[in-house]
Every structure is written in C-alpha cells, then in structure tokens.
Design a protein around this ligand. Structure first.
Ligand code: 5RP
Length: 233
C-alpha cells in the first residue's frame, strides 16, 4: 500500500505569495496602506486587491507599484496628502535577527524609506533566503546624485567595499527620483544604526539601503514549512 504523499515544499514564488497574503492580517479596515516595491510586494498587491473595498487606498513607494495598484483599482494617495500611515508593507533583500534590513534591490529605497518613516509599523514580507545573521552579503544599494558617484565609490573603497554604478542596458540606471544607484559588495555591516547614520551624511548620498532607523517591527518569513512570524518589538 502506498503511504500518503507529503505536500511538496512551497517554491520561493509560493513563499512570496504566502507572505503577501499573510500581510493582510496587518491591514485595518479603512486604512491607507503604505506599499513597498518588488516581486514579494507584487504578491501583496494582488492580495490587497481582494479587500480593496475595505481600505481607503495606498501610498506607494515607486512608479512600478503605483501602476500595479491603480491597475487593480486601488486608489493611490500622494505621500504629502497623508499625515501618518498605520502600516507599511514591504520586502527586503536581507533581514537580520533584529529587524535591520538591506533594501533597494529594486532601486526604490529612497521612497521606501520615506513611506516607512511615515508609518507606525513596518511589516517586512520575505522568503526564507532573505534571513541573514549579518547584513552585507547582498550588494548594498545606495542612491546617489550622479555627480557624486565617483567620490562615493572612493569612500566605500576606504571601508573595504567595492562599489559600482548600477547599469541597465549598458547605461546608468536612473531611479524614479532621477538619480543613480551605486551597489557595494564586500561589506560586513555589524553596526547597522551607526553605518546608516554615517553613510547618509556623505555629500551626494540621497539614501543608503540600510534600514536600521526604519527597521521592521515584524517579519513574515516564508519558509518550507509555512509562514513564520518574527517580532522585533
Ligand atoms: C526594492 C526593494 C525590495 O523590497 C527588495 O529588493 C526585495 O525585492 P523582492 O521582493 O523582489 O525580492 O527594496 O527597492
């Protein structure tokens, strides 16, 4: 007799869908929801569309997310129209055991940090591959004013990092804010709060992709055995 087959472990894509759906539990009736950017957030936006009549709308962190929200009939408010948001939901490139993150793989880090700062709680949604002990293996995105790029690259070299301007189709990628992204490898960020404060005050840096001052309050982590909830407050 055959033994019952156990369910296959969810793929990375399914883990993203699971955490996207799980994030709905953090959305309140009548909320304007802060919405991040990326493939995991795209799953959340799909889930959010199923309760769109229960919310007022969203504040978006990128042109890409705005387009998806509007396409699904979710009203998008300008950041300046809204005083405070109850919740911000976004993915991460890395998240450590204290809720500190690296973000910006989708080049939306500056707007993401603005909307996160405007929100009372940050709910990070991520698949298991994003959970790390120490930040820095993922190339750290830094949004820079183009004329400062070389100088910022030299400053990272002094810290032991190797930085390069992110390109798309052979030319420097331009962000929603009209700036460039420098990606830095070779860093091991043991003091995320201090590192974020330090790099953010270098001339020409718009935002560094370390989210320590705007860390996550909760991480919904997609794993092979389902969604795990990590709490950091
Ligand atoms: C975009 C981001 C994303 O949240 C981060 O890159 C994770 O993306 P994904 O969910 O596609 O893995 O910071 O700027």
């Amino acid at each position: 007799m055959n033994s019952p087959a156990s369910a296959p472990a969810p793929s990375q894509d399914e883990q993203k869908a699971q955490v996207g759906r799980a994030a709905l539990a953090h959305v309140g009736r009548g909320d304007i929801v802060g919405v991040g950017t990326g493939s995991t957030v795209n799953k959340f936006i799909e889930a959010l569309a199923t309760i769109k009549d229960d919310i007022r709308g969203a504040v978006s962190s990128s042109a890409a997310s705005t387009e998806r929200l509007l396409a699904l009939g979710i009203p998008v408010f300008d950041c300046n129209e809204v005083e405070e948001l109850a919740v911000y939901i976004d993915g991460a490139d890395e998240i450590d055991g204290r809720g500190y993150m690296i973000k910006g793989g989708g080049a939306a880090l500056t707007r993401e940090k603005i909307v996160a700062a405007q929100s009372r709680r940050f709910i990070c949604i991520a698949d298991a591959s994003k959970r790390v002990n120490t930040l820095g293996a993922f190339p750290l995105p830094v949004e820079v004013i183009p004329m400062a790029a070389r100088r910022v690259i030299r400053q990272f070299a002094r810290l032991g990092g190797v930085a390069r301007v992110r390109e798309r189709d052979g030319v420097a990628l331009v962000t929603d804010n009209g700036q460039h992204i420098v990606d830095v490898t070779g860093l091991r960020i043991t003091d995320p709060l201090g590192f974020e404060s330090e790099v953010n005050q270098w001339p020409g840096v718009v935002t560094v992709g370390v989210f320590a001052h705007q860390r996550a309050n909760v991480c919904l982590l997609g794993t092979a055995s389902g969604v795990q909830t990590l709490r950091f407050d």
